[in-house]
Design a protein. Structure first.
Length: 344
């Protein structure tokens, strides 16, 4: 099998070339203030390659925050539907394996009881170029969920750093292979591996809880007082859900005048106070702990029942972004600890 490499300078040039093509959309890491975000790139965008992880995930490239799903005008003859802009081919560069691992999880949901053709079309047209991890922090726990800092799941191309100069490219899918074949000049440089790479291995991120024990405890302890304690600091701001690569709740709203309108799919969040509020005024999850219990139960119990996989990749973003100090890893470890009480 052929070996492929790409230097940092070639990667920057490739992304700029792709971003200048109006027939496609390109997303990559861009520095904004002191943070780095996966953002839509223009040919003038400053690609950032020096970062630990991005604040947001690659999710919003495939599942936009705001997405028109229908638009219409009212004429004398009646209501006339208008064509939506076509979904363009996508290239998403710069996420880590914990980002890419979310893609098949989201596909399971959006092709389940109803096939969301907006999401599925983007998924069909996207090429995901992932960077294997060079760093970790206290909030990383991908290995506890079967992941890896060098995991291939969900990627089309996986870039593993072999020197300060650049990466070795691992072809994961047919789409990844075709991408290289379409841009061969960028992948021809041979890079001599330097000592010290890769910088981290799976063993550097130890398994910190037992998923089966966590699931069992959640199933049996819906009314346990521990839920109030675990979520006592939660502000219900939903920052955790917006940066999460697997959170997928959305609302559908209409923005209309007398003569025209647009129906839009918009991100929503189960942690927001009005997410479950009824038109009657009744809210079955009026308390913060009830909403946070739903978030954890969905990820670590209900989703497993539906799709045989936890709806979390261990990226740690929710913990890093939370200004109230709610840490999902601490919570899951606490549940795991609670599940062993009484055992001999």
């Amino acid at each position: 099998m052929a070996e492929y490499y790409i230097t940092q300078s070639k990667m920057t040039a490739l992304m700029k070339e792709l971003a200048s093509d109006s027939s496609m959309e390109v997303f990559g890491p861009v520095k904004k203030g002191n943070d780095v975000f996966i953002s839509k790139l223009e040919d003038t965008s400053e690609l950032c390659l020096d970062y630990f992880t991005t604040v947001n995930s690659i999710k919003e490239a495939i599942f936009p925050r705001f997405e028109p799903i229908l638009q219409y005008k009212i004429r004398g003859e009646g209501v006339e539907l208008e064509d939506l802009p076509p979904i363009k081919p996508l290239v998403v560069f710069g996420g880590h394996p914990c980002d890419a691992a979310s893609v098949p999880l989201m596909k399971d949901l959006f092709s389940w009881d109803y096939k969301d053709h907006f999401y599925l079309q983007r998924l069909e047209k996207v090429v995901i170029i992932t960077l294997a991890c060079d760093e970790k922090d206290k909030d990383c726990f991908c290995t506890s969920l079967g992941g890896s800092p060098h995991g291939e799941t969900g990627s089309d191309l996986l870039l593993e750093r072999v020197s300060k100069e650049g990466w070795q490219v691992k072809v994961v899918s047919d789409k990844g292979k075709k991408f290289i074949e379409s841009h061969p000049d960028f992948f021809r440089d041979k890079i001599t591996p330097e000592k010290g790479y890769p910088k981290i291995q799976d063993k550097d991120i130890p398994v910190m809880f037992q998923l089966d024990r966590v699931k069992t405890w959640i199933e049996k302890n819906f009314e346990h007082p521990l839920w109030e304690e675990l979520s006592s600091n939660c502000w219900s701001c939903a920052a955790c859900t917006y940066v999460c690569p697997t959170c997928h709740c959305f609302d559908i709203t209409d923005d209309a005048t007398m003569w025209e309108g647009v129906r839009t799919k918009n991100w929503d969040a189960c942690t927001l106070p009005f997410f479950t509020k009824h038109a009657s005024g009744h809210n079955p999850r009026s308390q913060s702990y009830e909403r946070y219990r739903q978030r954890i139960s969905h990820k670590y119990n209900y989703y497993i029942d539906l799709f045989d996989h936890v709806s979390c990749t261990g990226c740690g973003r929710c913990s890093r972004v939370c200004k109230a100090g709610v840490n999902i890893l601490d919570i899951i470890k606490r549940i795991d600890e609670e599940s062993t009480k009484g055992e001999k």
